[in-house]
Design a protein around this ligand. Structure first.
Ligand SMILES: Cc1ncc(COP(=O)(O)O)c(C=O)c1O
Length: 373
């Protein structure tokens, strides 16, 4: 019986191009996928797969060191920031941030900007009192509150923002300099643009969108925030203890780390973060312009807050959505369905999505509109 994940008529099987617009795990650059495939049985002439490498051996330690160096070069990371390669995804950090950064009873500020910020807030609330500095809930998370409207608590241990709301298609364009350490969930737009790193106390991102495959969470933290963890926090979840042990307090997610190392190298080869940002603007503007010019599709997000990585839009006749998605998949355009909480269409244009993928999508959208408009 055919598996529904791999339909028989999948264009790739017939030799056609395919583009994966999934919000994550996301598309990988074909050259990176080919390298993984090529060297999987025999990594660096070791006679063993990278999957079988001891994480304490010199070759794997070198890989970790090189990945960190490449990341530092891409971000121009100042020396007082540490890089951690952790298990568990961004969702784990939702709980671990207050447990690592706050004293018991100390509160934190949170910006409620959309689906993922709401998740971060709900989890943090289980561990600490917190203050919502501003919310987009009243506008259905179609626009972000202006930084001038943030009601910051001067006693907050940190201020948490979600730099890109993956489900809602909203992205913070600027990061204000504030007094409390700024903590950002950058899971969906990490390494898609240059960053004023020194404005942040901590940045974290799951890897499966712009940095390879699932299983790894990358965390960048300023030295002075690595204080003693709360009593009772298990050691592998302590940022300070992981930093002391160069992220080897327990076995790190080695395969995901290897993929991240390849992605970091690939981003550098493409011209680094400025090049990623230029490409992201070009791809997303092409799509937003077409949607705005059409009476058939429409985008609810405020123009100034629109995401360059998750372009969300609706079909004016929502009854056509299942047909749109099914025909798109047959045309080799995969996983365009919007997030369950939002609906509609979502085209995720992470670093690995080429302009050609967006052009193919536009061609399909025009054709669909011509036939159904
Ligand atoms: C902005 C954001 N934060 C957090 C997460 C959760 O990541 P994970 O499932 O790796 O914990 C996601 C996943 O899509 C996300 O987009």
């Amino acid at each position: 019986m055919a598996c529904s994940c791999f339909p028989e008529d999948r264009p790739a099987a017939r030799g056609g191009e395919r583009y994966n617009f999934a919000a994550g795990p996301a598309m990988l650059p074909p050259t990176v996928l080919a390298q993984i495939q090529d060297e999987l049985p025999n990594w660096q002439g070791s006679g063993l797969s990278v999957l079988e490498q001891p994480f304490t051996g010199a070759p794997f330690k070198d890989l970790m060191q090189q990945a960190e160096q490449d990341l530092r070069a891409l971000l121009a990371l100042p020396p007082n920031y540490r890089v951690l390669f952790l298990h568990g995804g961004a969702s784990c950090q939702f709980a671990l941030l207050p447990l690592n950064l706050l004293a018991p009873g100390q509160s934190a500020d949170y910006l409620e900007s959309g689906h993922w910020a709401s998740k971060a807030i709900a989890e943090a609330r289980r561990h600490t009192p917190l203050n919502i500095i501003a919310s987009g809930r009243d506008n259905g998370f179609t626009a972000l509150p202006e930084p001038g409207e943030w009601r910051l608590d001067p006693r907050a241990g940190y201020c948490h923002v979600t730099s890109n709301e993956t489900a809602n298609g909203l992205q913070l364009q600027h990061f204000p300099a504030i007094q409390a350490p700024l903590v950002a969930d950058m899971t969906s737009d990490f390494l898609t643009r240059p960053l004023p790193v020194e404005r942040f106390g901590l940045i974290y991102a799951s890897a499966q969108k712009n940095l390879g495959v699932a299983g790894l969470c990358l965390l960048i933290v300023r030295d002075d925030l690595l204080g003693p963890p709360r009593a009772g926090l298990p050691s592998p979840f302590s940022y300070a203890l992981q930093a002391e042990q160069q992220s080897r307090l327990c076995t790190p997610p080695t395969f995901a780390l290897y993929c991240a190392a390849l992605m970091l190298r690939w981003i550098g080869q493409q011209g680094g973060l400025a090049a990623m940002a230029r490409a992201g603007r070009a791809k997303s503007q092409l799509l937003y312009r077409a949607v705005d010019a059409s009476g058939f599709y429409h985008c609810r997000q405020r123009v100034a807050d629109r995401s360059t990585v998750n372009v969300c839009f609706q079909l004016r006749d929502a009854r056509l959505l299942p047909q749109f998605l099914a025909e798109a998949q047959r045309a080799g355009l995969y996983h365009l369905q919007g997030h369950g909480a939002v609906g509609g269409v979502r085209a995720s244009l992470y670093n690995a999505m080429p302009l050609a993928g967006v052009e193919r999508l536009l061609g399909f959208m025009h054709d669909f509109e011509r036939r159904h408009g």
